[in-house]
Design a protein around this ligand. Structure first.
Ligand SMILES: *[C@@H]1O[C@H](CO)[C@@H](O)[C@H](O)[C@H]1NC(C)=O
Length: 274
């Protein structure tokens, strides 16, 4: 049986009408509550210029001895302590190990000549640069929950391949950031760590699922971060927090150690990326 075209059109028009009505109502309710009852709280712009440099600028400055890796790591630790209260983006702080690794980088620089340093940078293009990652990539001996309550006490027994490679490239893992439960929602809230908030307006959400990561980067609390994306989980929180995120080409970055472990068609869709 053929549905008449006019009936289809009428159905479509009424669905659009209902959707518009729904979203306008929601928008009005939140505008009303926010305008009259909730004050905008936000993260203030950084004054420390080190918080605004890129990873490539950072590694260039470290190799030219303009800054130490320790100074860089300390700047970001300080910034995380400053902003996390507002945005609740960080779930695990790895400050002690980061300080140790930064110290090793600085010791190497101190005893090396230009040639040694240049050779090092070929092997380790992120030498001494701190980075952060979403709470969905395994890290040996750390609690990585993916927002799942049952995982809140379990330490991982391996490190995700993508993170291993970043570390092998000289990157220093500084912190782990919040996600929605099982990375399944378009924000970052779960029963283990609560809700992450947008640094521009803490009444607003961060997007997701790499929402804590987006919020922390948007708040200048990290140089560069690792997320993962099936249908927007890197790209959307990036847009929500005023930064840029990329879903890479298939097959470039290995998925081993991602939580949840992708199976079936999802292995063709999930990507780990910056
Ligand atoms: C980040 O801030 C939130 C909100 O103040 C706090 O509950 C949480 O413990 C902080 N994260 C860490 C790892 O300290």
């Amino acid at each position: 049986m053929e549905v008449p075209r006019r009936l289809k059109k009428a159905f479509h028009t009424s669905l659009i009408f209902i959707a518009n009505l729904y979203f306008s109502t929601i928008r009005f309710i939140f505008w009303f509550i926010n305008y009259f009852f909730r004050e905008r709280v936000y993260v203030t712009p950084p004054t420390d210029q080190l918080l605004l440099i890129s990873a490539t600028q950072a590694v260039r400055m470290i190799s030219k001895r303009e800054i130490s890796s320790t100074a860089l790591v300390e700047s970001y630790i300080h910034r995380i302590e400053q902003v996390n209260n507002t945005i609740n983006a960080v779930v695990v702080k790895l400050f002690d190990s980061a300080r140790r690794e930064a110290n090793e980088v600085d010791s190497f620089i101190a005893v090396s000549d230009e040639e040694d340093i240049q050779r090092k940078l070929v092997e380790q293009p992120l030498f001494g640069v701190p980075f952060t990652m979403k709470d969905a990539l395994e890290v040996e001996n750390e609690i990585i929950t993916c927002g799942v309550y049952n995982r809140r006490d379990t330490k991982c027994d391996r490190t995700a391949e993508a993170i291993k490679r970043l570390q092998a490239a000289g990157g220093i893992l500084l912190a782990v950031t919040n996600v929605p439960e099982v990375c399944m929602w378009v924000e970052a809230i779960n029963t283990v760590y609560g809700r992450s908030k947008n640094p521009y307006d803490a009444r607003r959400m961060t997007g997701g699922s790499s929402g804590g990561e987006g919020a922390l980067l948007g708040a200048a609390g990290s140089v560069v971060g690792v997320g993962s994306d099936i249908g927007g989980s890197i790209r959307m929180p990036s847009f929500f927090n005023g930064i840029f995120g990329l879903k890479p080409t298939p097959g470039v970055i290995p998925l081993e150690g991602h939580i949840p472990e992708p199976t079936g068609y999802k292995t063709n869709m999930l990507r780990i990326g910056p």
